[in-house]
Structures are given as structure tokens and as C-alpha cells.
Design a protein around this ligand. Structure first.
Ligand SMILES: Cc1ncc(COP(=O)(O)O)c(C=O)c1O
Length: 379
């Protein structure tokens, strides 16, 4: 038995994912958290911190900053300086801070479909949101450079990139990133690069390339956002960080945070450090398990007429086109048949669905069986 087969029973606990369908026979495969336990060392550190019994204010320890810098060098080949890091209690918060910092720009540009806060953050600060549809090439979602080239932009407009991309699972390739960096530099834009899923690349031997690591010019125009929360399943601890090499951008970002964005919770720092320092073996096991879940889901979903699943290159999220299913609302249809997915409408793509693969294989099997049966009932 795999460690990821046997998970805590979250029903009746304080879980957003499971609470949504409390008391209903609907399997929750929606919001992006995983049903798995965090790595054993993280649980040990959390237990020790909880048992200490004093929950006063904390500070980000130097050891964690050093750890982030060492890890960036060894995993991505990107050299950071310690003072480039800015800590925040979440990534949605960081996306909003970016928009607040650039509220005087003429627009924020993003690619759809996209994780919903990319669509809502600009308007929270009166910034217009320009949505550029992604393009499909050989069943893979990627950047539509023709569409980008047609846009009117002004210097310091914000480009909000999700890299790897939620919900479609694209892990952008070097050539795509270089072309995008060139386009951003030509237009003198500022890049906000959300790389929260960067340690969840599913293709064996692939390596994440942070956009900012492509060269000093693009680094100087980029706010990179990272966090341990998706990879090590710590979203409930609210810890993330921005990496900003350009002093002026960093000051602008911090000014937009001032007085309204608290530090991450004290307990989240030792947990983050233990995940980064001791979680590597666990992370590799996780990737194996997720690959298995991906293969299972793809093979079953491809058998269903009217559904087109896209294989995620990264993340534990699987995007599918359900527009050919003969039902008015595919999200509601699957809920009525016992499977709770994310509705593509929220990502700017009605008729599509997103499935969370971060669950025990047996639960996934059950959900896929229910989906299959539901669709057979249509014929
Ligand atoms: C791309 C992306 N950014 C940000 C977040 C949310 O991060 P947080 O929970 O730290 O606000 C998610 C969660 O799914 C995500 O997929």
C-alpha cells in the first residue's frame, strides 16, 4: 500500500473541500488542496510547535531565508539575494498586492482559462483585466502570441502569469518563456509570475525555470510568487513569499502591503522550513502517485463520449472540455451524480471542468466510475 492511499478522514473536520458536500453523497474533487498528510517531518515540527503552548508573534528566521535561497539555486539554478524576499500570508493576497501596487497602470493582462483570483484581483483596485485566450496546439494549452501581439499596452501594465498554469496544467517550455520574456521587455511591462505549482512538474526529469531566472532584464521587471502550500499540502498555514530583485518594484510592492497585510502565522515558518529541508523524498513519492492518478483519470475520462480531458504536465489538476456532453450544465450534472468538480465558468471557460487528482486512488476510481455511469445514462 502506498502512503498516499491511506488518508485522514476529513468529513466532519474543518475542511473547505469536504465541508461543501457535508451530509451529501458527493465526492469532493474541487478546491486545490490534497487529501494527503503532509510529510512526516512537517507533522513532527507542527506537533512540537503546538505542544510548546505559546502562540505569540514570530519572525521569519534567517535559516528559512537561507533555505529558500539554497533551494532556489539547487532546484532551479536561480541565485537569489536574501533581501529580495517579502513574506505574505497567502498567494491570493500577493496577487491582490501586485494589482494594488500597479493600480495606476492601464490594465492587467492575463491568459484564460485562469485561476479565478487572477480575474478578480485587478477589478478590486479599479484596474481593467484584459483576458487573452490560450491556444491549443496538439492538445496542449499554450500562449497565443498572435493575440498578445495585437494588444495595445502601455509601459508598466501588469502581465499576470500562472507558471505552471492552473487550471490547464501547462508547464511552459524554455522557448515559450523566452518568447514571453522578450514580448514583456519590448512592451516594458511588469510581470507578476505566480509559480505556486512549480514543484509539481509531472514529466519525469523536468526542471522548473522561474521566469525571472531567464536573465537580469526580465528579473528586474518581475515579481515572482512562490509558496510551500500546494506541494506540501500546507495551504491552511498561510505562508508565501514574493521574490523581487528590483529595489523600486520591491518598495512599491511593500507600500501596497503596508498596514493591511500581516506576516504569515508564526507557526508557518518552521513548517515551511521543515518541508523545504526534509520533504524532498516525500515530494518525489507524491509526484509518482500523482502520475498514477493522472494516467488513471485520463484513461477513464477518454472513454466517455463528450468529454475531452487534457493531460496536465504539472499540478494535480486536470482540465476537461465538457461542452459536447448533452447536458445544459456539466458541473451541476456531475454533482447530481455524486462528483463535485470545479466549474470552468469560474475560470472564464463555461462548459469546462477541473478535477483535483490530489486524493486516494480508490476515491478517484469511485469518482470516475460515477462519472462514467452518469454519462451512460444519457445515451
Ligand atoms: C495559481 C494559484 N495561485 C494561488 C493560489 C492560492 O494560494 P493561497 O491559498 O496561498 O492564497 C492557488 C490555489 O489553488 C493557485 O492555484
Amino acid at each position: 500500500m502506498d502512503i498516499f492511499d491511506n488518508n485522514p478522514d476529513r468529513a466532519g473536520r474543518n475542511s473547505l473541500k469536504w465541508g461543501k458536500y457535508a451530509g451529501k453523497d458527493i465526492l469532493p474533487l474541487w478546491v486545490a488542496d490534497m487529501d494527503f498528510r503532509s510529510p512526516p517531518e512537517v507533522i513532527r515540527v507542527a506537533t512540537e510547535a503546538a505542544e510548546f503552548g505559546n502562540y505569540g508573534y514570530g519572525n521569519c528566521p534567517d535559516t528559512l531565508v537561507e533555505c529558500v535561497c539554497e533551494r532556489s539555486k539547487s532546484l532551479y539554478g536561480w541565485d537569489l539575494e536574501k533581501h529580495w524576499l517579502v513574506w505574505l500570508p497567502g498567494m491570493v493576497c500577493a496577487l491582490n498586492v501586485c494589482c494594488r501596487a500597479f493600480e495606476d497602470s492601464s490594465q492587467a493582462i492575463t491568459q484564460v482559462p485562469i485561476y479565478p483570483p487572477f480575474l478578480s484581483a485587478p477589478s478590486n483596485f479599479g484596474l481593467s483585466c484584459t483576458q487573452v485566450p490560450m491556444t491549443l496546439a496538439s492538445d496542449r494549452y499554450t500562449i497565443d502570441f498572435d493575440a498578445l501581439n495585437e494588444l495595445d499596452t502601455s509601459p508598466n501594465d501588469l502581465f499576470m502569469l500562472c507558471h505552471p498554469h492552473n487550471p490547464v496544467g501547462t508547464a511552459y517550455r524554455q522557448a515559450e518563456l523566452q518568447a514571453l520574456a522578450k514580448w514583456i521587455l519590448n512592451r516594458e511591462l511588469v510581470l507578476c509570475s505566480d509559480e505556486i505549482h512549480c514543484d509539481l512538474l509531472l514529466e519525469p526529469n523536468s526542471r522548473h525555470q522561474p521566469m525571472a531566472s531567464l536573465g537580469p532584464e526580465i528579473e528586474g521587471r518581475t515579481i515572482t510568487l512562490m509558496a510551500p502550500s500546494k506541494t506540501f499540502n500546507l495551504p491552511g498555514f498561510g505562508c508565501s513569499f514574493a521574490i523581487i530583485s528590483n529595489g523600486e518594484l520591491r518598495r512599491k510592492f511593500k507600500r501596497a502591503m503596508a498596514g493591511i497585510v500581516p506576516d504569515p502565522p508564526a507557526m508557518s515558518f518552521p513548517l515551511t522550513e521543515s518541508a523545504f529541508r526534509s520533504g524532498e523524498k516525500w515530494r518525489l513519492q507524491l509526484l509518482d502517485y500523482l502520475r498514477g492518478n493522472r494516467e488513471l483519470a485520463l484513461s477513464r475520462l477518454r472513454e466517455i463520449n463528450g468529454l475531452i480531458p487534457y493531460s496536465p504536465e504539472a499540478t494535480y489538476l486536470l482540465w476537461m472540455d465538457a461542452r459536447k456532453l448533452p447536458v445544459p450544465n456539466p458541473h451541476q450534472f456531475f454533482e447530481e451524480h455524486g462528483v463535485g468538480l470545479s466549474d470552468g465558468r469560474d475560470f472564464g471557460s463555461p462548459g469546462f471542468l477541473r478535477m483535483n487528482l490530489g486524493c486516494a486512488r480508490s476515491l478517484l476510481e469511485e469518482a470516475l466510475g460515477r462519472m462514467n455511469k452518469a454519462c451512460q445514462s444519457l445515451t
